[in-house]
Design a protein around this ligand. Structure first.
Ligand code: NAD
Length: 397
């Protein structure tokens, strides 16, 4: 008989995890608070690109996966994975409300020997000092032995090369026993497991990975501006530097960082740093540089077609990165706002996103004064733009 586990939060992280668990023989009790998402899943519609509708339909039909908001179903689960969002407040401090709510929802239903694994990105110390006590101190009277682990998710939506299976997984346990319980389950569907020395090491490693990415993206965006000013293509420069077999890792220019992780997670690091009385100057500067990039391209648009007043501009691709439909924190929004502030008539095309901010994607056509390639999805056929001048945010010429 297959083992029953629960996955709380069926989004970009939780749903692929739930599918991987089903495929390795677990029966997954999927839980979410978004009734629209649950309805979609129950009629076999996948909300994430990497999981197909037919995969979901089959898993639901066969009873391998269920999707509901009935947290009492947790009672039969040997393991509960928490994959809920961790955004930031308007003052840039961590917003743990979803994690705290999920902890409160599950704690009434945990049985003895259940392992609870937090996958959401959090600041160092949060799992040990806030998450675990919130659950442990409020268990049912007959439940006294619950185990805890933290294992940050590294999923990169739409990445075909690095998947859940072949991306090494960091795991830390509250105790050696919880660590081995978590290693045991992840080993069933992930090739390589890396045990971390403590919960705090795993929490900080995740923040380091995403801060590293933010800083390097901001650095290459700055270099891209420099290359444009001296009349060379930054892509040629990165390719040339990339021939060095050690000590260099290529990053490529863009309209800036977006999504639920890269612009957000470094702020979890900054916030913790402030708590212990230090500054994260590199992170702060990287955020500042990235925020300037959309405006830089508004300026480049003016250089290309002159005054933007009444110019018809098509922004191509509005998702925060290619080949996905995710518009969370997309830097393209700042680009569109900046162009409109200069009086441009802006339309956008993105067949993956289709509808966004009350507007609809328009067709690629030659009916524009300028096209700005913001997010180059693979499906785009730019020949449909005819002779429209193109400004490409992914290079510097
Ligand atoms: N998206 C990524 O590429 C990615 C990669 C690595 C790590 N992460 C981290 O993983 C976590 C989840 O991110 P995501 O992108 O999957 O978010 P998401 O928004 O795609 O999905 C989260 C889901 O959790 C649900 N939810 C919110 N509160 C809930 C609650 N109290 N109980 C049950 N369900 C609840 C939401 O309705 C949503 O469906 C975050 O901490 C994020 O930083 C995300």
């Amino acid at each position: 008989m297959s083992k029953i586990v629960s996955v709380v939060g069926l989004g970009y992280v939780g749903l692929p995890l739930a599918v991987a668990l089903c495929e390795s023989g677990f029966t997954v009790n999927g839980l979410d608070v978004n009734s629209e998402k649950l309805n979609q899943l129950n009629i076999g519609k996948s909300p994430v690109e990497d999981i197909s509708d037919s995969q979901i339909a089959q898993l639901i039909r066969n009873g391998n996966l269920s999707a509901s908001s009935d947290f009492s179903k947790i009672v039969n689960s040997e393991i509960v994975f928490i994959c809920v969002p961790t955004p930031i407040h308007t003052d840039f401090t961590p917003d743990y409300s979803n994690v705290l709510d999920s902890a409160k929802s599950i704690r009434k239903h945990l049985s003895n020997n259940t392992l609870v694994i937090l996958e959401s990105t959090v600041s160092p110390g949060f799992t040990r000092n806030t998450f675990i006590p919130l659950i442990k101190e409020n268990l049912l009277p007959n439940t006294n032995n619950v185990f805890f682990a933290f294992s940050p998710e590294r999923i990169d939506p739409s990445n075909k090369k690095w998947t859940i299976k072949n991306t090494p997984k960091l795991i830390a346990g509250e105790s050696p026993e919880s660590l081995e319980m978590a290693v045991n389950v992840y080993s069933k569907f992930i090739d390589k497991i890396e045990r971390c020395a403590s919960l705090e090491v795993a929490e900080t490693a995740k923040l380091l990975e995403n801060s590293f990415r933010l800083i390097n993206i901001s650095f290459i965006n700055e270099i891209s501006v420099f290359c444009q000013k001296i009349g060379i293509d930054v892509i040629d420069v990165v390719k040339a530097a990339g021939t060095k077999p050690y000590g260099f890792m290529p990053f490529y220019p863009s309209i800036g960082v977006g999504g639920h992780c890269i612009p957000v997670d470094p702020l979890y690091m900054s916030s913790k740093a402030a708590e212990v009385g230090i500054k994260t100057k590199m992170i702060d500067l990287a955020i500042e540089i990235n925020q300037e990039i959309p405006d830089y391209f508004v300026g480049r648009a003016e250089e290309t077609v002159g005054s933007l007043a009444s110019k018809r501009i098509l922004v191509v691709g509005v998702a925060y990165k290619p080949n996905i439909a995710d518009v969370r924190q997309t830097p393209v929004e700042a680009l569109i706002t900046g162009l409109r502030q200069k009086g441009a008539q802006v339309s956008w095309h993105d067949d993956l996103v289709k509808e966004w901010n009350g507007e609809k994607s328009v067709a690629l056509s030659s009916d524009f004064d300028l096209a700005i390639i913001a997010t180059p999805h693979d499906y785009l056929d730019l020949s449909k733009l005819g002779n429209v001048p193109i400004l490409n945010t992914r290079g510097s010429v």
